[in-house]
Write a protein that binds this ligand. Sequence first.
Ligand code: ADP
Ligand code: MG
Length: 463
Amino acid sequence: MYSSGECQHIWDRCLGLIKTRVPPQTYSTWFQPIRAISLNEKALFLQVPNKFFYDWLDSHYKETIHASLREVTGNGLTVQYTVLLNDQAEENETTPIPLSVPVLGKISPLEGARTGMLERGTRINEHYVFENFVEGAGNQFAKAASIAVANAPGKTSFNPLVIYGGTGLGKTHLLQAIGNHALLKGYARKIVYVSSDTFTLDFIAAIQKNKTTEFSRYYRSVDMLLLDDIQFFQNKEQTQEQFFHIFNNLYQHRRQIVLTTDRPPLELRGLQERLLSRFQSSLTVDIQPPDLETRIAILNQKAASEGLDVSYDVIEFIAQNVKKNIRELEGFLIRLLAYSSLMQVDIDINLARKALREMGGIEKKTKFSIEDIQKIVSTEYSINLDSLVGKSRTKEIAEARMIAMFLAREHTDLSLKTIGLYFGGRDHSTVVHACRSVEERVGKDERFANQIDIFKNKIQNII
Ligand code: ADP
Ligand code: MG
């Protein structure tokens, strides 16, 4: 057996190597929380915050850790993991618990969980639970992290947990599932789910009624804050300020915060730097659009829960044609049900085809192309396309270019980087700058704002 000082020294040297080999966010999320417990001739014992953490390390960074240990010690030491019990985290005890012990169920339930619900804000919808959230490659990690957080609110290193993904991909579902789970199991009492625009409206009402202290006290008293769609905070300085203080207070008291956004935190424009940096130091998980198999599984599940008898070929036909998001998948199924009962025919592939044709809109939304946007803007400004994407800095062309970038950002799913590429290989920061400038001017200049609205209408009418 080595002394704890030697053990720490060896692990510190491993960390030094690992730090140079993984991205900073990975390092702070997955390596900093690890504690070196002990060392003997055969193994180094590391303690991790929870079972989920261990699974993730084991499947992703096992070799990274082994390699660093080999380099530091020059021999074939193995690594053994133990998981920290949740109530130990608070007491700061160090007795390791072997992994086979079911650690997550150990938190003592609080009495009367459901009566702890607060009056304010939007209520949690009991329909959204983990059990009916179909898992696929695109959402697996987000779901696993959500479950970990729901099982040990404020006690994992995932605080805040930020879930991001396009619209209709299940962010709200997961967020509410976390709340439902924690509430049901008694892991948290006061759980507030609120969308960011409701939060903003509430805050404005509080200002008007001179009740901002009450507003802030209310949010500071919760065990778990589930805040949906934080992109709505963009450019709302006062609300952000208020939220920042609430956030810090909850964080310091180890209350769980979970946030969702429709874009990566880095791309949240109009958010104060200090808020952004808070989000960046957290765990961010994304949800990607579902693949075909997942879409089929979701449709099967929805059909079953609605009591619909839909054959497999119809399910597959829908899954193949409705790709963009899950809300549309569901919408299509409901529409099919309406058709079938109105026309008194069975749901079969012909009906599905007819519904798809008549609905039309499903695939259309995806058809906004950046080329269309460029064409509209250049026609309106009477400049040619080459100038729009070219180097000219004349006032008019530069303005048209800025607007086109802004519209591309708003109306396509393309990343900042890709948009930059479409504009003569410009850097993504140029696109960010263009979007910011347009937003600022829209706020100040009514004529300009109207002009932007006209463009938006034109784009909507392309299809
Ligand atoms: P978002 O908040 O990302 O816009 P929602 O959470 O509102 O999306 O999801 C849209 C709809 O799709 C909801 O009815 C939700 O229950 C359903 N949904 C999303 N993801 C899944 C999934 N993986 N399994 C089952 N249903 C899902
Ligand atoms: Mg949502």
